[in-house]
Design a protein around this ligand. Sequence first.
Ligand code: AMP
Length: 653
Amino acid sequence: MSRIIGIDLGTTNSLAATVDSGIPLVIADASGRRLTPSVVHVPDGEGSILAGLPAAHLRVTQPEQTVYSIKRFMGRRGVDVPDAERRLMYRVEGTGAGPVAVRIGDRAWAPEEISACILRKLKADAEASFNEPVTRAVITVPAYFNDAQRNATKKAGELAGLTVERILNEPTAAALAYGLDRLQDRARVAVYDLGGGTFDLSILELNEGVFQVLATSGNTCLGGDDIDRSVSEFLLERIQESGGPRITIPERRGEYPLDQHALAMLARVREAAEQAKIALSTMEATEIVLPFLAPGFSFQYRLTRTELETMARAVVQRTRPHCLRALADARLQPHELDQVILVGGQTRMPLVRAFVADLFGCADFEETRGQLRLGTEHHRPAGPQLNTSQNPDEAVALGAAIQAEILSGGLRNVLLLDVTPLSLGLETFGGLMNVLIPRNSTIPIKAGEKFTTAMDYQREMLIHVLQGERERAADNWSLGKFTIDFEPAPRGVARVGVQFEIDADGILHVLARDTLTGVEKVVEIKSAVNVDDAAVQQMVDESVTHAFEDLAARRWIEARLKSMEILAAARKSLTECGTQVIPEVREKIEAAMVQVEQALVEDPNTKIGDLAQLQTATGALDHASLPVAELLLDRAMEALLRQRGIVLTPVTE
Ligand code: AMP
């Protein structure tokens, strides 16, 4: 079996990792670099496509051919991408329901094609490192990615020559890398992920070894890049003040033309700004030196951490409402969390760590920083632990590698990482929900059941796939409908086997087969697992609120179906041999039938009738029909015996 690598396909940087002799490790490229900038350069004319650092170097000087942040466009339609997100230095196309594409020269590139270039580079680095081909990977995606975005990621992997064994949620991967699967059951963890271009806050709960995403909130255009931009603007002002040229940063492609000198200068200032920001995570001040920035002009500036923090504070503050939103969605107070973990390179900044510690009330962290807020501490419930034990920019890739190792059977205590958020089932006769896969089942999973026809000589059966926790089909969500044809047969004779299978990527495959002829149909439903958390919560809450009326509805519908069956049988027997019974029996049956028909009447609002009355009337009809039923049985018996050549003669003494 070939090795499976873990890949963090990030907005700013991507990484590949593996587990070697039980230890998760990031795979370095030939120059020893562990982070690959998620940047792709498509040259004019013949040259070859560049991915990673060489492409990143061209980002400012050849902006129209150098694509960054492509992750933002994966699996999205034109209508999903607002104008603000198109403020880029390269050209983004796509309107309405059409896919988004990147236009470079006369070729439109699908986002997955661009991502595939990054994945190809990671694959090649891994192959060089192991000296063997690599064809399988686990790739991570943000928890909020929908099916289209997940499928686009999978497609990118395939285009790069990788079989994507699993698409894994980034916060789950990070939690695995932090070893949080060893926490006690029902432990809750907040994953604060601030990267170069995106921010996410996810709240996870550990349930019997399974991480469940309770809530997630974030911004796909918020991250370290915004801090770099503020620092760059600050430096450009200082450059102008000290006699250098005046340059402003364009917001989008073609906003105003910059000549090659200005572009090159901007590239240097931006790089210096980011480097200074990184240096100030460990130092109190740093010297920025840009010799010969313009003809006859060199620039030097001593930037302090205080100055940086003044500029960065506004960006960091923008993560606050998302944290509060996710906590509210998960219905949790900060002190109910067990840990807060940090993911994304930008969380190395001390200001970010202090902000997170303060927001979530992480008391330990404050103590270690010697900034215990005396006076308030005694009254506050003990806060979660701020866990900074892992490299924040490597945690996701390492977690993906751990998952890959689990999939290849290399690690024991297999963790099943995803669960079905809601029950999945079929609509059955009478409009009820028949659950095949209950909520919170670990995936992958397979489940099946056999169904029969409700009417004589039915030629097809409608398979209506439902998701939800309610008893009545109509109260659940409809995921799809299709019909399966079969040989006509009397009611109850035809058999249709239905199987639900959810694969490791959360895609539901529904198979329906006529068990007599073997005719079958398979339908793929993609939205079965990745459901908006708020919608799941609402569905679960509603099922609790309506539990009693739902139960009453199920009992009523089941009783009604049974009564209608008995009513139909009584009607049929009266037609066939009503004349052969004494008039009192016949009248008794007819009266009982009227009683059942009356009891079947439903309240138009609740669609429920009087259950006790229906059960009594049905029991009475069943009893009244006994003589006719016996007569019919005798007849059937006689016919059968006759068919077999046996003739019964009356016994004479
Ligand atoms: P990621 O998207 O996780 O790769 O994070 C990239 C972002 O983290 C970029 O904005 C980097 O400038 C920033 N970053 C990386 N290392 C540090 C550091 N030591 N201090 C502050 N920011 C950093």
